[in-house]
Design a protein around this ligand. Structure first.
Ligand code: NAD
Length: 342
């Protein structure tokens, strides 16, 4: 099992889950944003996904049948400033991976897509989003994810690959063991930032807008525990699909949580207030991005198990107070929140 980007946040949690279920993950990561310490299950190969030959060698050497493809750039704001980089790594990187898989017996792909393909959300502003909702990414990052989906779908039709694109909503939390967790540079995710503010690291959290048309005025997002996400990958690589099939599947808990609810959960877990200030809305932030996860249930037999807000925050807090890598990043966290899903 090849896991590109397996030294990153979601990839490491998935590699661990794969290993626990008897698979042998071969992590392929250039460590530009990931951590060698996070890739501790199976084998590790350092390399760039744009290097087709290096990928092909790994696929042949390990007789890889299935690829789980996480590697890429994720920060929405940076994609606006550097679309060239995002198209190169995310799209050209996926072209390179498909070329390396083709003709080498690797005929199942699970791809990290994103709710960012939906842009502003579903039919009504607060409605859950089904996979059939219009695709209208609001950033170059979202464009690259949608472009990859199209490319993968065409690859399936042309060459008999079968693939599942998992459209994650807001990945959150950490492995309950505390041995791996979230470490992004820069960190733009709400829960680590709220915890950092509560622990007195850096500035108070900024809540971007409290005048949305939502129950408490702050944005609603669908937080999905990273361990639940890992399980969704295992379900996606096991599901029976005929050659040529392509499926896009939302991976969310199906429940919208407001920024204020997250801040309250963090304050509860810390038993002290998480300092925050109200800032202006950010351009393009939709009031609500919540999954309709029914396709994941019917196709994959998967649903979220560990994604209550209190569980997510408890697991994130265990990691944030004692990270085993990326501690330098965690020390200087400052206030942002929440962004649209990566
Ligand atoms: N975190 C989220 O909330 C979220 C939401 C939706 C989708 N996603 C998608 O999930 C995937 C993983 O996200 P994450 O949060 O784990 O990110 P991450 O930054 O923690 O992990 C990405 C990994 O890819 C590696 N990488 C980057 N460029 C590479 C290259 N050219 N060659 C080889 N490796 C490379 C990095 O070193 C890193 O280990 C991404 O594709 C992201 O777009 C994430």
């Amino acid at each position: 099992m090849l896991v590109t980007g397996g030294a990153g946040y979601i990839g490491a949690h998935t590699a661990k889950a794969l290993h626990e279920q008897g698979y042998f993950p071969v992590v392929f990561d250039d460590l530009s944003l990931g951590f060698r310490e996070a890739a501790r299950w199976g084998a590790f190969v350092q390399g760039d996904i744009r290097d087709t030959r290096a990928l092909a060698e790994v696929i042949e050497a390990h007789a890889v049948k299935t690829v789980v493809h996480f590697a890429g750039l994720i920060e929405v704001g940076r994609s606006v400033a550097r679309p060239d980089l995002f198209w190169d790594i995310n799209v050209a990187g996926t072209i390179s991976l498909l070329a390396a898989m083709r003709g080498r017996g690797a005929d199942r792909l699970v791809f990290s897509s994103s709710a960012a393909v939906y842009g502003q959300g579903g039919r009504g502003p607060l409605d859950p989003i089904p996979e059939t909702a219009p695709k209208a990414p609001a950033s170059p990052y979202g464009d690259t994810k949608l472009a990859c989906e199209w490319m993968i779908q065409a690859e399936c039709r042309a060459y008999g690959l079968s693939a599942v694109a998992l459209r994650y909503f807001n990945a959150a939390g950490a492995d309950p063991s505390g041995e791996i967790g979230e470490a992004h540079e820069p960190e733009t995710h709400l829960i680590p930032l709220a915890i950092a503010a509560g622990l007195g690291r850096g500035r108070p959290l900024t809540i971007f807008g409290d005048d949305f048309d939502t129950p408490d005025g702050t944005c609603l997002r669908d937080y999905i525990h990273v361990s639940d996400l890992a399980e969704a990958h295992i379900a996606a690589l096991k599901v029976e699909l005929p050659p040529g099939a392509f499926e896009a599947v939302n991976v969310g808990a199906g429940q919208g949580r407001s920024v204020r609810e997250v801040v309250a959960a963090v304050s509860r877990a810390l038993d002290r207030p998480a300092p925050h200030v109200i800032g202006a809305r950010r351009p393009g932030d939709p009031p609500s991005l919540v999954a309709d996860p029914s396709h994941a249930r019917s196709l994959l037999g998967w649903s979220a198990k560990r994604s209550s807000l209190d569980q997510i925050v408890a697991d994130a807090l265990r990691w944030e107070t004692k990270p085993t890598y990326g501690a330098g990043l965690r020390a200087g966290l400052a206030g942002h929140s929440p962004r649209t899903p990566a």
